[in-house]
Design a protein around this ligand. Structure first.
Ligand SMILES: CC(C)(COP(=O)(O)OP(=O)(O)OC[C@H]1O[C@@H](n2cnc3c(N)ncnc32)[C@H](O)[C@@H]1OP(=O)(O)O)[C@@H](O)C(=O)NCCC(=O)NCCS
Length: 160
């Protein structure tokens, strides 16, 4: 599906679709500027869903420039590919960090609605602490994000 078709599907048709991996391929655990472009494009689509849901704007694309500091944890599950009658790895969530020399920021996270409230993001929190150490969390924060941060005991680095 082209980017234009993906855009139309998300915006006009309101379809929220897990993003299938390329055939015979898997998503990297951490997708970065060094990951194949098809992977980055799948995350752009999830970011599009988030902007439609949270009304927080959308400036992400799959370019090297945009991904210069970006590291995104991919959350995947096996979903049915009806055409191929096979379950295939699909992207169902994204947790996006930017690692700049001066600041590390959790920029956004978005989980497909069918996979929410299963502890997916919470279970990854120790991994983030180990990988990034002290990090900030961007604003605005949705109610769900506030609930998540409270639940994991997140303390804003500016207040520590
Ligand atoms: C925010 C979001 C990423 C949380 O992911 P998730 O995998 O569903 O969260 P978890 O299942 O790991 O939940 C962890 C904690 O957050 C709390 N939480 C999750 N959704 C919540 C909600 N809507 N309201 C209040 N608390 C919520 C849970 O109660 C849980 O706490 P507990 O274990 O103490 O009960 C997900 O709801 C989402 O994608 N929302 C839409 C996009 C969004 O709001 N993104 C954040 C903006 S950056």
């Amino acid at each position: 599906m082209s980017n234009k078709q993906k855009w139309e599907e998300a915006t006009y048709k309101s379809v929220i679709r897990p993003q299938r991996a390329r055939i015979h391929c898997n998503f990297d655990e951490w997708v970065t500027k060094d990951s194949p472009k098809w992977q980055r494009e799948c995350f752009v689509q999830l970011r599009r869903y988030q902007s439609l849901e949270c009304h927080d704007g959308m400036s992400m694309d799959a370019s090297d420039t945009c991904w210069r500091f970006t590291e995104i944890l991919s959350l995947t599950d096996d979903c049915l590919n009806e055409k191929r009658e096979k379950y295939e790895e699909s992207l169902i969530g994204a947790i996006c960090f930017t690692r700049k020399p001066e600041i590390i920021m959790l920029e956004f996270c978005w989980i497909h609605p069918f996979w929410r409230n299963k502890g997916l993001v919470k279970s990854k929190w120790p991994l983030f602490q180990k990988k990034f150490g002290i990090f900030h969390v961007s604003y605005p924060r949705t109610k769900a994000m506030q609930g998540l941060l409270k639940s994991v005991g997140f303390i804003d680095p500016n207040l520590q």
